[in-house]
Design a protein around this ligand. Structure first.
Ligand SMILES: NC(=O)c1ccc[n+]([C@@H]2O[C@H](COP(=O)([O-])OP(=O)(O)OC[C@H]3O[C@@H](n4cnc5c(N)ncnc54)[C@H](O)[C@@H]3O)[C@@H](O)[C@H]2O)c1
Length: 272
């Protein structure tokens, strides 16, 4: 069985840990770290098989595990992803927005080759990355429209300089339009899907992003439109937010668990 370490014990980390602990994923969670120690302790208290809570992230990176799952933040990826690969561990990244910084992407790309390790990016809260990858050389345009309840957008960096007051929004309102690269910096905890779409289409057209705040919705909705020589496709996903973190969709958690099953299992793999 693969030995797994977890960086980040919040909404995603907890559900992944519970899935491993219940036997749904054929793996062993042996080490966890969160810079809020209480979160690691709370997580460990929910598990039958208690993992070691490491004192710092360096000890997690050096722990005897095969794979480390990052479910923490873009900063956690920037600060630790390289050293995890250097420590000869595979890495699953949830805070995918960090990879739209080209220097980080390039460093991790090279490190995978240098250390013969893999980085996994689960499909997260969307569908269709297989299609985007397949048509990337024939794309003319690709856009993402993300609609969330204002409470799921609260606290984003964007509002530090914007005059938009989320409390005052009473109807569906576009609050942001721009590139995926800029969107992941301004909404680091909200728009990982924009990063995934960009990375799937890397080297082709830039992904355009629109973010809508809609007080009448209780879903995290992602609509993708792609068009080019191959034809076109539209995908709409209406996600139920996670109960412990409204910014994170339930599908993102399920997709991480499914990705982990694929890495750890010895089953027939369905889909590209
Ligand atoms: N790929 C996707 O589709 C997708 C979907 C949803 C969320 N996410 C991303 O996954 C990450 C986790 O999401 P979540 O809902 O579990 O968040 P969360 O806020 O519920 O939990 C994050 C946990 O990580 C800890 N943490 C943050 N930065 C850390 C660091 N540098 N070192 C150690 N611990 C750190 C926090 O204390 C917290 O306990 C976020 O960055 C989120 O944006 C990705």
């Amino acid at each position: 069985m693969k030995r797994v370490g977890l960086l980040g014990c919040g909404a995603i980390g907890t559900d992944i840990a519970l899935a491993i602990d219940s036997g749904k994923v054929p793996a062993k969670l042996t080490h966890v770290y969160d810079f809020t120690k209480k979160s690691s302790e709370l997580l460990a208290s929910k598990l039958q098989n208690k993992p070691v809570i490491t004192e710092n992230v360096g000890l997690l990176a050096a722990a005897p595990v095969d794979l480390i799952i990052e479910a923490a933040s873009q900063d956690a990826v920037r600060d630790n992803a390289l050293s995890i690969l250097q420590n000869r561990k595979d890495l699953m990244i949830m805070s995918v927005g960090a990879l739209l910084d080209e220097s980080i992407y390039d460093i991790l790309f090279d490190a995978c080759k240098d250390f013969n390790k893999k980085v996994y990016l689960p499909s997260g809260a969307i569908l269709g990355l297989d299609g985007i990858r397949s048509v990337k050389e024939e794309l003319n345009s690709i856009t993402l429209v993300t609609t969330k309840n204002p409470r799921a957008l609260k606290g984003a960096k964007f509002f530090e300089t914007s005059e938009i007051d989320l409390e005052k929004i009473s109807t569906s309102t576009t609050i942001y339009e721009g590139s995926a690269q800029e969107a992941v910096k301004l909404f680091p905890a909200n728009i990982n899907v924009a990063a995934l779409i960009s990375l799937a289409g890397i080297g082709s057209v830039a992904t355009k992003v629109r973010i809508v705040a809609d007080p009448m919705t209780n879903k995290n909705i992602h609509e993708i439109e792609a068009e080019g020589k191959f034809g076109k496709f539209s995908i709409k996903v209406e996600n139920i937010p996670s109960q412990s973190n409204p910014k994170t969709s339930r599908l993102a958690i399920l997709s991480a668990i499914e990705c982990l099953k694929k890495i750890c299992g010895s089953e027939i793999n369905i889909g590209t």
